[in-house]
Design a protein around this ligand. Structure first.
Ligand SMILES: [Zn+2]
Ligand SMILES: [Zn+2]
Length: 651
């Protein structure tokens, strides 16, 4: 440990705060690793990296006075990230061994792996195998990974051939006089780290795909070649991940959406702007009417607001100042307008147009409101990242003491929705952050009401201290789909800010004006994301009530076509089609299966003579001589029940 002279004289001590809240006193200049050894030699040896005030840093990084220190040890999620970052370096080293002078851009770890971006690298996926083999070689060679602090001038010389690194360096130069390099064997990189100690500590690696990526995500910049890969501690973890990836690909909503004709996103109509085809809109309408029922039961009134507002509204709501870069803004004559990125200001404006008494409270507005957010083009993907999407939005205006009751109802509605789709969920309460608006009194009152709802319903929840929005605390839901992937779910968000900005009020029992609290809530969130998740969750095999085509009647031969239509009429309350193609029964069954129709009704001479039907479900179980009335009654129950009753034929 080298200490600058000024500190050496005074032998200054600093204090860091450990995760359990206890304080540790160490010499000024002590590194993260020194602190770990101070706590215990075992911990010191296991230290991979650290976190200082939440930022991941190398174990060689010096701690500073007052920092919240967390030690990252082997086997944690964070240490996996560190290892993947080292794998990204191996990738770049392998590429530079194989190809002439590609320029290095950036190479960070991601949630599932890592990537590295290169300029001037002309390869395709068939080249990945050789690069991967070279990476394995580098891992085998077990180079020590060395960290070095370098002055800006030295760094400039070492990066003279790397224009992108020089660009990054010029930004770092504004922050300090030293940067760090990490080297392994003949290769080095400008990098803040942290990394594992040697390339031999990198586990099982796999390169996955090549994509184009704009330098710094900006489409005005050069398009570079991005190589994606992943790394795990061992082969079996990697194997599990690759299996999950394969399963996810089979369920990809873009693939299934195309097969089932649910939606399209076309060049001619614009990026991130989904078009729903009739089968897709059928599913959406069912989803819409499901929440409409829940909203009506809970006393919501539907409102409707336009897609565009004058920007005066966005100034008042604060969106213009905080959200301008994500908004589509344009002039009409002398006025400036913006497509709405959120529905709340419109609802606040409706509330403001009345005078309210405490007797009217709470006021609950609902709208399936289309919103527009200008995401980076390169980030747009299927229905998961779009420019235009619809929120099943709801805004409530409540008395401060009425929060608990309303939030309880909302939580009931959300759990109703998630349970309907068999989604396991977790909840978290996010509390007041350091910077916030609103009095201590209102925050305390609001947070204690949120806690009380969660406790009363005996719900397990995490508390995320300080993670609330600046304008109010919230409850977040996260859920898990059929293949174990986690998704951000609905939110119940309290808001003390917008009522101020819109000067909203009601007259209380004391005849004084009072400020209501606003609650933002959505049950699905965005229809687009929820729809996408459902497509993948069910692999397109929607429960009966959601299926775009619920029943297909298959005549065994053309002579049964008349009876097939009479049977279809008996089921006209459902979405039923007759397959009248001139084709074999086997082919008709296959087609119906491919179209993911939950039930096939098969009719031939026997059925026609008896006035019955044969029923086949999507699990390929078949039952003969079924009474039409009995099957209709079953379907009605299955539709109204909504929960996916697996199987009529297994009952
Ligand atoms: Zn790096
Ligand atoms: Zn809102």
């Amino acid at each position: 440990m080298s200490e600058p002279d000024s500190q050496a004289e005074s032998q200054e001590q600093i204090v860091v705060v450990l995760p359990d809240g206890s304080e540790l006193e160490v010499d000024a200049g002590a590194t993260v690793e020194d602190c770990a050894y101070e706590i215990g030699p075992g911990l010191g040896r296991d230290t991979v990296a650290g976190k200082l005030d939440g930022d991941l840093v190398a174990k060689e990084a010096p701690a500073y006075d007052g920092a919240a220190l967390e030690i990252i040890t082997e086997g944690s999620d964070e240490s996996l990230r560190v290892m993947r970052h080292s794998a990204a370096h191996c990738l770049a080293q392998a590429v530079e061994r194989h190809y002439d002078d590609p320029k290095l851009a950036i190479g960070p770890p991601t949630d599932d792996g890592f990537y590295y971006d290169f300029d001037g690298l002309d390869i395709d996926e068939s080249d990945l195998e050789a690069i991967e083999a070279e990476m394995e070689e580098i891992i085998e060679e077990d180079y020590e990974i060395e960290r070095e602090e370098v002055s800006i001038e030295d760094a400039e010389q070492r990066l003279a051939d790397e224009p992108y690194k020089l660009e990054l360096l010029s930004e770092l130069a504004a922050e300090g006089e030293q940067v760090t390099f990490y080297s392994q064997g003949e290769w080095e990189d400008l990098c803040a780290g942290p990394h594992v100690e040697s390339t031999g500590e990198i586990g099982a690696v796999k390169l996955l795909e090549i994509a184009g990526a704009y330098w710094r995500g900006d489409e005005d910049n050069t398009m570079q070649t991005r190589i994606y890969g992943t790394a795990f501690e061992d082969e079996s973890d990697l194997e599990d991940y690759l299996n999950r990836l394969e399963e996810a690909e089979e369920r990809d909503h873009r693939k299934i959406g195309n097969e089932m004709d649910l939606f399209s996103i076309q060049d001619v109509t614009g990026p991130g702007l989904p078009l729903y085809h009739p089968p897709g809109k059928t599913v959406l309408r069912e989803l819409e009417s499901f929440v409409e029922e829940l909203n009506e039961d809970a006393g919501y009134d539907y409102v409707e607001t336009p897609h565009v507002f004058k920007t005066d509204l966005w100034h008042r709501s604060g969106h213009y100042e905080n959200y301008e870069d994500d908004m589509f803004i344009f002039d009409v004559g002398d006025d400036e307008f913006g497509l709405k990125p959120m529905n709340c200001p419109g609802h606040a404006a409706i509330f403001q147009d009345h005078s309210w008494s405490y007797r009217d409270m709470p006021v609950r507005y609902a709208e399936n409101g289309k919103v527009y957010r200008k995401e980076q083009r390169g980030e747009l993907s299927g229905l998961s990242r779009v420019w235009a999407f619809t929120i099943d939005d709801g805004h409530l205006f409540v008395k401060p003491q009425g929060i608990e009751h309303e939030v309880e109802t909302i939580i009931n509605m959300i759990t109703d929705v998630l349970e309907t789709f068999d989604l396991e969920f977790e909840m978290a309460l996010a509390t007041r952050p350091e910077k916030s608006v609103g009095s201590d009194e209102i925050w305390e009152k609001a947070e204690s009401q949120l806690r009380s709802v969660l406790e009363k319903r005996n719900l397990e929840y995490d508390v995320e201290e300080g993670d609330g929005a600046f304008y109010g605390p919230k409850i977040d839901f996260a859920f898990e789909d059929a293949i174990g992937r986690n998704w951000d779910g609905p939110t119940v968000q309290l808001d003390f800010n917008m009522p101020e900005r819109f000067d909203l009020s009601y007259v209380g029992e004391d005849n004084e004006e009072h400020r209501p609290v606003m609650i933002h809530r959505a049950l699905y969130g965005s229809y687009e994301r929820f729809f996408m998740m459902l497509i993948e969750h069910y692999e397109g095999n929607f429960p009966f009530w959601l299926a775009p085509e619920q029943i297909r009647v298959l005549p065994i031969s053309d002579s049964n076509l008349g009876y097939a239509h009479r049977v279809a009429n008996e089921f006209e309350e459902f979405r039923v089609e007759v397959d009248n193609r001139d084709s074999t029964l086997e082919r008709k069954i296959r087609a119906s299966h491919d179209d993911r129709v939950p039930y096939q009704i098969i009719v031939g001479d026997n059925e026609e003579d008896d006035g019955t039907i044969s029923v086949r479900d999507r699990f390929e179980d078949q039952e003969y001589d079924v009474e039409i009335d009995a099957f209709r009654a079953h379907l009605e129950a299955e539709r109204d029940e909504k929960r996916p009753e697996p199987d009529f034929l297994e009952e």
